[in-house]
Design a protein around this ligand. Sequence first.
Ligand SMILES: Cc1cc2nc3c(=O)[nH]c(=O)nc-3n(C[C@H](O)[C@H](O)[C@H](O)COP(=O)(O)OP(=O)(O)OC[C@H]3O[C@@H](n4cnc5c(N)ncnc54)[C@H](O)[C@@H]3O)c2cc1C
Length: 448
Amino acid sequence: MGKNIIVAGAGHGGLTAAYHLAKSGYNVTVYEHAAQESDLGYEWEDFFDARTFDEAGLPAPETGMIPKVPISFYGPDPDVEPIRQTFEAGEVEMHMNRKELCAHLIRITRDVGVQFVFGCTIYAPILIGNRIVGIKTSLGDFTADLVIDACGVDSPLRANLPAYLGIQKTLKKFEYIYAYRAYFNRLEGFENVKNEYKTYFVDDGKTGLTWVVTTEKTVDLLIARFEPFGQDEIDRMYKIFKADNPHLGDKLVLGGQITKIPLRRPLAILVADGYAAVGDSACMTVPIAGSGIANSIRAGKILADTVLFDRNEEYSAVTLWKYQRTFFDKIGGSMGLIDMGKGMLLDLKKKDFEFFFNNKILTSEDISFNTNETSAKAMFSHFTPSIIVDRMKKIGANRDLIRRIGGVATRAGRLKLILTRMPDRYNREDVVNWAAKYDRLYNVAPDK
Ligand SMILES: Cc1cc2nc3c(=O)[nH]c(=O)nc-3n(C[C@H](O)[C@H](O)[C@H](O)COP(=O)(O)OP(=O)(O)OC[C@H]3O[C@@H](n4cnc5c(N)ncnc54)[C@H](O)[C@@H]3O)c2cc1C
């Protein structure tokens, strides 16, 4: 015991692992780019699974649990009724200001002895032979027995690992999305406007997800695009939203920046000797929704358990492989499946969305899952064989759509098989070969 652990970046999963490891006697230091604690996170509110803290064995914040907020999904045709989620009374989720969430995680980790170095920009890993032994930073070099990469989507550690480790260094197009999020004032005088969480699946046929969330005082906009975009696109989308939401004011209250979210299956390989990636740096978001808080925190707990299980304190790829296997078993495999759903959505044209909405192919019950749900099984459990047959009948003559749904089902079957073939033990050659098969499943270019 008394081993040194570096957590690179104050990401949620890294802080979760830090909490458990420091509590068990490890010397844990978090190196974070932000100049100070109060600069961490964003001013906006996020939703995530209410079970997260319990499952990760973390002290829960005192507030944040609210009844689940139903989402209304709007299709391209404004005259067609949206599909609205409905939840049973008593179903809850977490709804927290991101800055408060970060402050909570820092508070509980500091309480168990985790050290923080703020204002420290990490540039690259330090390697001796095949082993990652530390980090190069703006404040100098730091070494440790294990480096936990919680640096987020553009992790400089991951990007500078040697290629032979097989860990994907940079993300490809359609594997991440640019998101603009901003809160505007809510104009008074529109008495009939309800507080509503509207998701526009296809605003005008352009790829990407958008939402307009109306609350008591604000209107929260999200515009997400697979291509980089700027003020022109924001202004264009604002006008479209304004036409449908006249209560949308023009005063920017909070946010207004564009950030990147990984939107794909988890990395095929999460570990190397002396290294483990967690959270956005390992692409652990739910690939359709982009929610990553719950998965990141849960993965942090799995990683800490694996490190604590490593009685010989090797922290090698061989001993850390248990983290990879457990993560994929509990969470990652499902994310792979959801990524296939994302692939299909990307492949759909505006006319396909119109077909879905205009013909009421999906019902409220079909979509009343929690978008922060971490298991594909829970997300799709509603689709019993008889419901699938019913929906296929509704799709009926649209052979092209049936062919594409069939294609996804076939690939989902292949994914299941590939996941069962993940090597039991880490051997670099076997693992790299396995990773190539897993990634090959997703290399289908979107049909645009
Ligand atoms: C607009 C938007 C809305 C979202 N909404 C939700 C939501 O409602 N629910 C949900 O579950 N998820 C949501 N997400 C996703 C969520 O933010 C992430 O999936 C989640 O935070 C997990 O990421 P992380 O903690 O691994 O990394 P991050 O939150 O990105 O943290 C990485 C940390 O590393 C630090 N860092 C980065 N580079 C360096 C460096 N070179 N040197 C030192 N430090 C560095 C950063 O400063 C940061 O503190 C949203 C994301 C965005 C962008």
